[in-house]
Design a binder for this molecule. Sequence first.
Ligand SMILES: Nc1ncnc2c1ncn2[C@@H]1O[C@H](COP(=O)(O)OP(=O)(O)O)[C@@H](O)[C@H]1O
Ligand SMILES: [Mg+2]
Length: 308
Amino acid sequence: MLKNYDVVAVGSGNIDLIFRVPRLPGNDDKVVGEKIAESPGGTVANSACMMATLGLKVISLSSAGDDRYGESIINDFARHGVETKYIQINPGQSPNMAIIILDDSGEKSLIYAPGNHCEWDQETAFNAIGASKVMYTMPGDLEKYAIQAKYARSQGTKVAVDIEPHIATNKQQMADILNLADIAIFNRDGFIASSKCDPDWPVLHAMRRKYSLSALVVTCGAKGVMAVTEDEEAEHPGFRVPVVDTTGAGDIFNAAFIYSWIHHYPLRSAVEFSCAAAALNIMKLGARGQLGRPEEIERFISSANREV
Ligand SMILES: Nc1ncnc2c1ncn2[C@@H]1O[C@H](COP(=O)(O)OP(=O)(O)O)[C@@H](O)[C@H]1O
Ligand SMILES: [Mg+2]
């Protein structure tokens, strides 16, 4: 099938309610805080907005309700240049919601509550997948992922996955995901929860080889990232920036990494570019606080590297 799009981002948006508190509440405890924002988020949706900001042609394969939340989710995709025509609107669908709690540490605590029946039909999914060079997803539903990823591979569409700890909690689930993937990006907790190993170079290389991945990446929050491909390995310590809100750090990193991969960046440049994209975003409030265009990210890298 003709590839009219760079990426199909498979996963629905959600609504983030962001609160600031002096400290996290304990059990049977009450803390007076402040609600500072209500904004569209969602891991894959954040990445979709970032990839479009970088200049990729991106489709969202997702669903939304017909209420004000659904409208706000769709409008924000459109504002960032994500193609919304494949988004299925389900009357009465309640949105996925996240409560994000920020204390003085700069790190977030997050409660995620999936909405109801966030479905879309298979024909729409296959059309969107077939029309894209890369399918990017966080495989929350392994059965659905397997169907979509197998179809993607039959159409020459590469499969890229984001793996957090709740996505794969054992080696079998991880294998089921990676056997159908080309690019795997874990956060550190996700890597440990699924592989039962700490991320080190021999483990990363062995895993990449075992599942014939083009690239395997492990992001380690403020400690940066490690990545391997068939003939390269690269790490980056992350950029030291004044952190306001780390929500979406991984999503923005992943989007920039997919962009770098599509544009054949050397791995070392890809990890630097992606860490810089994430660093820019965490200096502002919200999962989509500061999505940089390529030239803005390059400028940030030049000035950060001049400082050291
Ligand atoms: N406190 C931080 N300071 C600088 N960079 C950060 C910080 N937190 C995250 N990052 C950047 O974002 C990337 C992804 O963050 P990480 O926390 O590993 O993912 P996730 O948000 O999925 O848990 C890191 O590899 C790093 O480049
Ligand atoms: Mg993440």
